[in-house]
Design a protein around this ligand. Structure first.
Ligand code: ATP
Ligand code: MG
Length: 281
């Protein structure tokens, strides 16, 4: 799609296909280079310590193509560290991380981005002097130096996040929800097939959370983007996630549907401490 088409689509309210040239491996359920039935993302026995502190300890999880999966856990549980390991910001001390059948553990962040994993950062730091569109274009330059392509990707991402009307505003003028949206748009402009979202709904009002949830549902259902999200806002987790993993002191202590994990005594204990009584027991 050209810029003009993107603008035209936005003006008429039509939603352009996103991503246009990805997923490279086709829509959800399509065969990929991976062995048949293999998950899109397969984290197996991954650990990472910081000066003796085991932030992630033999963690394993899977995300199937087309799924929305949540990773929850108390503050300091190791959630962002696990994202950093998947996204190439950190290398694991041990374990394997496979994406679409290929080992990616220890790859540089730009290489991980190039294979189709986009991520947001928990601390949102847009370039304040640049416009919303220019900030999103930072993601759009993934694998290209062509500003027209970067711009077209950024425009599609802003449309998908309902940020089209704000594209020429300076990023410094955005409110907290706007800043969070822009961070997602920047990640989306890299045209990922797997999107890692780190607490993008923290601090939002319920109406803003619901708007964000609706945008992620659309991205997933209409654009085939697989999503792994770290989230404390249970309203969002319950509305979005098909499956949930719970991390505590670096270990995955529970996994299941949102209903299953939120009634799991170990999960309640990890969040509330030893005095917590399991719900309904
Ligand atoms: N680069 C680092 N160097 C040293 N320690 C680190 C580093 N990154 C994380 N940690 C430590 O690892 C542990 C896990 O941190 P992490 O940020 O992964 O937790 P989290 O689950 O994302 O928490 P939150 O919900 O507060 O975002 C914490 O004790 C943290 O202080
Ligand atoms: Mg974190």
């Amino acid at each position: 799609m050209t810029q003009a088409e993107a603008r035209g689509a936005a003006a008429t309210g039509a939603r352009p296909a996103l991503p246009p040239d990805v997923p490279p491996d086709g829509p959800p359920g399509a065969p990929s280079g991976a062995r048949p039935g293999a998950p899109m993302l397969e984290v197996a026995g991954v650990s990472r310590s910081f000066r003796g502190l085991r932030a992630v300890s033999r963690a394993s999880l899977t995300v199937a193509r087309g799924e929305i999966v949540a990773l929850i856990g108390p503050n300091g549980a190791g959630k962002t560290t696990l994202f950093n390991l998947v996204a190439g910001a950190l290398a694991p001390d041990e374990g394997s991380i496979r994406f679409q059948g290929a080992e990616i553990a220890g790859l540089r962040a730009d290489r991980v981005c190039a294979v189709g994993i986009g991520r947001t950062f928990q601390i949102v730091k847009p370039f304040a002097d640049m416009t919303v569109l220019e900030n999103a274009m930072v993601g759009g330059f993934r694998g290209t130096t062509d500003p027209r392509l970067a711009r077209a990707r950024a425009e599609r991402a802003l449309q998908a996040l309902d940020m089209w009307p704000e594209r020429h505003r300076p990023a410094s003028a955005l409110t907290l929800p706007g800043g969070k949206r822009l961070e997602v748009a920047r990640a989306l402009a890299t045209e990922p097939s797997l999107l890692l979202l780190d607490e993008v709904m923290a601090g939002l009002r319920p109406t803003e959370t619901d708007r964000m949830v609706a945008a992620f549902r659309r991205l997933n259902a209409e654009h085939g983007v697989t999503i792994l999200l770290i989230e404390h806002v249970m309203r969002a987790v319950m509305a979005l996630a098909e499956r949930v993993y719970v991390l505590h002191h670096g270990e995955i202590i529970a996994a299941g549907t949102p209903q299953q994990v939120t009634s799991d005594p170990r999960v309640l204990h990890s969040y509330l401490g030893s005095g917590a009584a399991p719900a309904g027991r």
